[in-house]
Write a protein that binds this ligand. Structure first.
Ligand code: HEC
Length: 257
């Protein structure tokens, strides 16, 4: 049976068509809600507000950003401090008492706050000026330092969670598109156009789902998750709209006849 010989939704009884409309609207509404849910859920993975690609990378691959202080010190910056001061600071930053020991009186002159005050603050205040100074990265207050002291280590979602989530999402999303594809074949719109949308949407979903796993190894595939998922969302919405149109537009009977 070719697409052309499929029954036309538009020629179905009124209540049947309205029922289909209600279901498709519910479905698309559900997608808007899951879009929002996605936003809230992954929003803060990278501690930067808003949903960014890093949130997705964090969730599926993990993100490790070393502390800028450690990086600077390990790179030999600044060349004006003594080796033991560098060792002291690195030991402090790599330990797990960063906030406790910052201005620990027991450490005397070796307290990180003391070393920083003596060796760093000259160049690292908001008001520092001169060629050597770096006022953009102030180290005046604990709050300034705390932000630079943290290494970010965002672990990807555990593999069991990814599997559980996919075991729900993959069949559901595929099934939704299968039903929509079938219904859209029963509309008056160009089967070639619909075919292209169904093809692109199907592949978008496949790429999205496969990339959940590939992104664990290769962070670049976080983009494939976003693009594949986006294509799937757009495709289902388009097809859904075509089905809605078919159900509400008059005159299908004549055309299909
Ligand atoms: C002589 C001035 C001077 C001193 C002293 C100094 N810095 Fe800097 N610092 C700079 C300048 C200039 C830069 C930017 C250019 C560069 O990276 O070398 C910088 C960059 C940095 C950065 C990199 C910020 C970024 O962009 O990620 C960190 C972290 C840093 N300094 C920490 C320290 C610490 C900790 C100390 C003390 C142990 C210190 N600095 C001492 C001048 C100084």
């Amino acid at each position: 049976m070719s697409c052309e010989s499929m029954p036309r939704l538009g020629s179905f009884p009124f209540f049947f068509r309205m029922g289909i409309c209600a279901l498709v609207i519910t479905l698309l509404g559900g997608y808007i809600v899951s879009g929002l849910h996605l936003r809230w859920h992954y929003d803060n993975r990278d501690e930067v507000p808003g949903l960014t690609i890093n949130d997705i990378v964090g969730a599926y691959h993990g993100v490790q950003t070393p502390s800028p202080l450690i990086e600077a010190l390990e790179s030999g910056h600044p060349d004006t401090i003594e080796d033991y001061e560098r060792t002291e600071l690195l030991g402090w930053l790599e330990g797990d008492r960063v906030s406790l020991d910052y201005d620990n009186l027991d450490l005397g002159e070796l307290a990180p706050s003391e070393i920083i005050a003596v060796s760093c603050v000259d160049c690292h205040t908001r008001s520092a000026s001169g060629n050597d100074a770096n006022p953009e990265v102030p180290l005046e207050y604990w709050d300034d330092i705390r932000k630079l002291a943290d290494s970010k280590d965002i672990q990807p979602s555990p593999i069991g969670i990814v599997a559980t989530s996919q075991h729900v999402h993959a069949p559901m999303m595929a099934l939704v598109m299968l039903v929509l594809a079938l219904l859209s074949a029963m509309t008056r719109f160009s089967t070639r156009l619909i075919g292209v949308i169904v093809f692109v949407t199907g592949f978008g979903l496949l790429i999205d789902m496969a990339s959940w796993w590939i992104a664990r190894e290769f962070s670049i595939f976080a983009y494939a998750i976003v693009i594949g998922g986006g294509v799937y969302a757009i495709g289902t919405t388009l097809i859904g709209c075509l089905i809605l149109l078919e159900c509400v537009l008059p005159g299908a009977k004549e055309e299909s006849a």
